[in-house]
Write a protein of this length. Structure first.
Length: 510
């Protein structure tokens, strides 16, 4: 069966499931056990469940009636589904995401699946009922499912993430994922080993342009982090257990140099990343601004190609033109959303060791993770993560470009001036001190106070925590090269600065 027919069948099957589940929850089903299986949407209330079920039924009727005039009915169906999406999303603001009842997340996801199912058959190129271009239709299809992934976590056991991943794959196969970047993608060729590059596999992407390695500024290293060649599991466990004060940061060199992201599937190539993001259509959450503690910092959802071409690899502009603000894809679970990129990295074996708890405050220890948490960090030169701590042990793997990292011991926490609550948000894991400003690498940001002390200069100085005191706090620092891995023990404060275009992956574990 062709991919188009498979996707059409998948959409109709989802609509039938949703119709049946809504009827079961409303007590209109002859199968009582069905309601027990799907009661996660019960909390959304009868009116919304009825509305969702009616849209599923309407979709099925439209698909079955080949001769009806569909355009007005489709427009009405899409408006109703948008109403459900808007209503369910409005409930997200009443909770922290971890406390958000799953019913609202599943309602959003199911409405998005139905919207995708409505758009797909009637928006294909050449459809007599389509009033939009194929490019616009494809963008809308991808956006609909990506919003369900990013905003609602693709909730739902019956469909959810698995359904969306399958639909995305079939969509690429049926409509073509490379039509807009075909000229950038070289033809496949047999991989071979290069005798001149330490037996490095030659990739089909080698002939395509790479990201710039230009570094506008490179900090000097005066207190270097210790470095070592890859350790055995037992040796790494011994390292973590060797000091009664807890382990110190450590660079493990060349740990990732054989991973696909550094060899056959190079993340250093814009064309490769576009090919793995549906020609750059996939949505990603972007931070706009120098640092997340700056007053003008904000967030947006952008297609990956817009992020890439506007902020990472923009075309040359006149020198007198205002540059774009700094944009950063930061701490995003990209590999849950884009499984094609997840296959390019490996989870280091060190994530399956048993690290020690927090060295100064056992109350900060977190429940044991079922699996390591992976996050992506991708941005241009001069991206910044301010001085902060993580709740877990961290392996930071540098894949593309170089990064500067400065680290302070958890035993210096009192001298680093944790922020506390700001605007109702707990910011106690972030320091008041702006390392880049204090070192003279950056200008004082708007609303940033004086001398790089987070807008609370008077309070800090009065309590004896001013700039001169901060500069006496001991630290270690490093520049991460491609393939390097930095072990950051739990509790260690760290400031991170992209020196060039940079792509990193962090692995949290405990």
């Amino acid at each position: 069966m062709a991919a188009h027919e498979k996707l059409k069948t998948l959409c109709l099957s989802a609509a039938a499931q949703i119709q049946s589940e809504c009827a079961a929850v409303l007590g209109q089903s002859d199968n009582p056990s069905k309601a027990a299986q799907v009661n996660s949407i019960e909390g959304c209330g009868e009116p919304l469940i009825q509305l969702l079920g009616r849209q599923a039924s309407q979709l099925i009727r439209l698909q079955q009636d080949e001769n009806s005039s569909k355009s007005p009915k489709i427009s009405l169906l899409l408006r109703r589904l948008d109403d459900i999406l808007s209503e369910s999303y409005s409930r997200f603001y009443a909770y922290l995401f971890k406390d958000l009842p799953v019913c609202w997340r599943q309602l959003y996801t199911d409405a998005a699946i139905l919207k995708f199912a409505v758009l797909y058959p009637f928006a294909r190129a050449g459809s007599s009922t389509s009033t939009m271009s194929e490019e616009t239709a494809l963008d809308d299809l991808v956006k609909t499912l990506d919003l369900a992934l990013i905003l609602a976590g693709a909730a739902g056991e019956q469909r959810g993430r698995k359904w969306i991943d399958t639909a995305m794959t079939l969509l690429e196969e049926s409509l073509g994922s490379t039509e807009s970047t075909q000229d950038d993608i070289p033809p496949a060729k047999k991989l071979r080993l290069s005798p001149n590059q330490n037996d490095k596999p030659i990739s089909r992407w080698d002939s395509t342009p790479s990201f710039s390695k230009h570094e506008p500024f490179t900090p000097p290293i005066t207190h270097p982090v210790s470095r070592t060649a890859p350790l055995s599991l037992s040796a790494f466990q011994s390292y973590m257990d060797s000091s009664p004060d807890g382990p110190s940061p450590l660079i493990i060199t060349s740990l990732a140099t054989t991973w696909p992201c550094l060899t056959t599937n190079p993340w250093s190539k814009p064309s490769y990343l576009l090919s793995r993001t549906f020609s750059g259509r996939r949505l990603v959450p972007i931070e706009l601004g120098r640092s997340y503690v700056d007053i003008n910092w904000t967030q947006r959802l952008l297609p990956f190609r817009t992020f890439l071409h506007t902020y990472i690899d923009p075309p040359p502009t006149p020198t007198n033109q205002n540059p774009n603000p700094t944009a950063y894809l930061a701490q995003h679970q990209l590999f849950t959303q884009l499984t094609s990129l997840r296959n390019d990295i490996l989870i280091p074996d060190y994530c399956y060791t048993v690290p020690p708890g927090h060295p100064t405050d056992p109350a900060l220890n977190q429940p044991e993770l079922d699996a390591p948490q992976l996050n992506a960090w991708f941005g241009p030169a001069s991206t910044i993560t301010p001085l902060h701590t993580d709740p877990y042990h961290n392996l930071l793997v540098q894949v593309v470009g170089r990064k500067y990292v400065r680290l302070y011991s958890p035993r210096e926490t009192g001298r680093l001036r944790p922020r506390g609550k700001e605007g109702g948000v707990e910011m106690g894991n972030t320091s008041l001190f702006d390392v880049g400003v204090l070192e003279g690498w950056d200008e004082v940001p708007e609303g940033g106070g004086e001398e790089g002390i987070g807008g609370q200069v008077g309070e800090v100085v009065e309590e004896g925590g001013g700039v001169e005191e901060f500069k006496k706090v001991p630290y270690v620092e490093c520049i991460l090269e491609e393939g390097d891995t930095l072990y950051i023990p739990i509790g260690w404060w760290h400031y991170v600065r992209g020196l060039s275009v940079s792509f990193s992956v962090s692995f949290w574990w405990n």
